[in-house]
Design a protein around this ligand. Structure first.
Ligand code: SF4
Ligand code: F3S
Length: 392
C-alpha cells in the first residue's frame, strides 16, 4: 500500500491511494465551538429534513449531537474502535488480512438510541453543595458533561472511499467533498464498516448506501451548510480549510482581503485553537473543535490528540495534557484577533472566504471578493456621570 504523510499525526502511514490534498485550492472545512452548543439539535433536524426524510432513511442522522462522556450514535462508536487499535496505529495499518481498513459494523440495536446518555454527567453531585471550579488553578468541576456535534468530516484520507471495492465513493475535485455514487454502489457496505465516525449508512429500501453530502448544492451557491446556518447557538464557521496565509485576493478583487480563511486560522495558525476529533484513526478529519474548557484535560487528550508523544514539538506544551490546557485557556480567554473571528460564527449564511481583523472591526469577503460581513466588536463602554436613579 502507498504511504501518505499525515500532518495531524506528524508521520507517514499506509493509505490505498496516492493523493496530495494540500494542493487543492479549495477544501471543505468546519470549526465547531463546543462551548456554545446547547444540544438543541436544530442542526440535526435541519440536516434530516433536508437530506434523509425518505423511506429507509428513518435511522439516518447525518448530523447528530451526543452528550459526552456517555452518549454515542451508534452506541459506543469511539470506544469500540479505540479498543481494537494498538497504540499509535491507524485504522489503515490495523486492517485485517484482505481488508483495507479496520472497522466494525454496528448492529441494529446500537442505532436505536440517538440521544443515549443525554444530559448524564460524569461524577457525583453531593446534595446541597454548590458546583464550583477555579479554572485559574486548574481545578475543574467534579462533575461535567458536554455536547459533541458529529457529522461527516470530509476526510483527507477518507476510510469510506478507501474501503469501497466498487470505487463508488469519490472526493470532488473542486472542494474535497466526499460523495457516494448510488448508481455505482452495489450495497457491499464496506463503507459502513470502515468509517470510524459511522456516517455512511445502508438503506434497506433501496439496497444501496448513502452518506453525508456536505450540503454541496449550498456550497456551490456560496452558502454555508444548513447545520451551520440553522445553528441558534452560533457554534459554527464553515469555509476553505486549505486557504493559507499566502493566498491572493478572492476573485481577483483587490479591495477584498488577501490571505487565509478564518477556518484555516483557527485550525492551523500558531494560535491553534480548534482540534480534529480522534486524529489517531488516521483519516485526517476536516471538522475542527474548539474544546470545552470546563472538562478535565485527560479526557480531552484522548479525544483530540493522536495519543502519541511523537509530535509534542508542534503542540504548545511539553505534554499533550499540558497542550490541551493551553488550548482550553486560549478558547476561554481568546486573543483580540480570535475574538474578532468569533464574531463571524453565525453572522451570515454566505460562505466567508477571507477576513480581516483591524482594531475593533472584523470584515469578511466571499469567493468572488464581495464583502459579506462587517461587524464592530469590543465596543467601548461609556459610563455616564451623575447619580443613579433608584425608586427608593
Ligand atoms: Fe468518509 Fe467517514 Fe470520513 Fe465522512 S467521516 S469522509 S464518511 S470516512
Ligand atoms: Fe461501496 Fe459502500 Fe456501496 S462499500 S458498493 S459504496 S455500500
Amino acid at each position: 500500500m502507498p504511504e501518505t504523510y499525515n500532518p495531524q499525526l506528524g508521520r507517514e502511514h499506509s493509505y490505498p491511494y496516492e493523493h496530495r490534498e494540500e494542493e487543492r485550492d479549495w477544501h471543505w472545512g468546519m470549526i465547531i465551538n463546543i462551548n456554545r452548543c446547547i444540544n438543541c439539535n436544530t442542526c440535526s433536524f435541519a440536516c434530516k429534513s433536508t437530506w434523509t426524510s425518505g423511506k429507509g432513511e428513518e435511522y439516518m442522522w447525518w448530523m447528530n449531537v451526543e452528550t459526552e462522556p456517555y452518549g454515542g450514535y451508534p452506541m459506543g462508536w469511539d470506544m469500540r474502535l479505540l479498543d481494537d487499535l494498538e497504540d499509535d496505529e491507524t485504522i489503515f495499518e490495523a486492517a485485517d488480512d484482505g481488508e483495507t481498513v479496520k472497522g466494525y459494523v454496528a448492529q441494529k440495536e446500537e442505532w436505536e438510541y440517538p440521544a443515549l446518555g443525554d444530559d448524564q454527567v460524569h461524577g457525583e453531585y453531593p446534595t446541597g453543595d454548590v458546583v464550583e471550579s477555579d479554572l485559574e488553578n486548574d481545578e475543574y468541576h467534579d462533575m461535567w458533561q458536554f455536547y459533541l456535534p458529529r457529522l461527516c468530516n470530509h476526510c483527507k484520507n477518507p476510510a469510506c472511499l478507501a474501503a469501497c471495492p466498487r470505487k463508488a465513493i469519490y472526493k470532488r475535485e473542486e472542494d474535497g467533498i466526499v460523495l457516494l455514487d448510488q448508481e455505482r454502489c452495489r450495497g457491499y457496505r464496506k463503507c459502513v464498516k470502515s468509517c470510524p465516525y459511522h456516517k455512511p449508512m445502508y438503506n434497506p429500501e433501496t439496497g444501496v448506501s448513502e452518506k453525508p453530502v456536505g450540503c454541496f448544492p449550498r456550497i456551490e451557491e456560496g452558502n454555508v451548510p444548513r447545520c451551520v446556518s440553522s445553528c441558534i447557538g452560533k457554534t459554527r464557521l464553515h469555509g476553505n480549510i486549505n486557504r493559507g496565509p499566502d493566498a491572493g485576493h478572492p476573485g481577483g478583487n483587490k479591495s477584498a482581503a488577501a490571505g487565509r480563511s478564518p477556518v484555516n486560522y483557527l485550525a492551523k495558525s500558531d494560535e491553534k485553537i480548534a482540534l480534529p476529533l480522534y486524529p489517531q484513526f488516521g483519516t485526517r478529519p476536516q471538522v475542527f473543535y474548539m474544546p470545552p474548557y470546563h472538562v478535565p484535560p485527560e479526557f480531552l487528550t484522548q479525544m483530540f490528540t493522536p495519543n502519541t508523544e511523537d509530535k509534542r514539538n508542534e503542540w504548545p506544551g511539553s505534554t499533550f495534557e499540558e497542550s490541551i490546557k493551553i488550548v482550553q485557556d486560549r478558547v476561554r480567554n481568546p486573543s483580540h484577533h480570535t475574538l474578532g473571528i468569533l464574531q463571524l460564527f453565525g453572522a451570515t449564511t454566505r460562505l466567508i472566504e477571507t477576513y480581516t481583523v483591524k482594531e475593533n472591526r472584523v470584515k469578511g469577503w466571499d469567493r468572488k471578493g464581495n464583502k459579506v460581513v462587517d461587524i464592530p466588536f469590543e465596543e467601548e463602554m461609556e459610563v455616564r456621570e451623575g447619580e443613579m436613579w433608584t425608586n427608593q
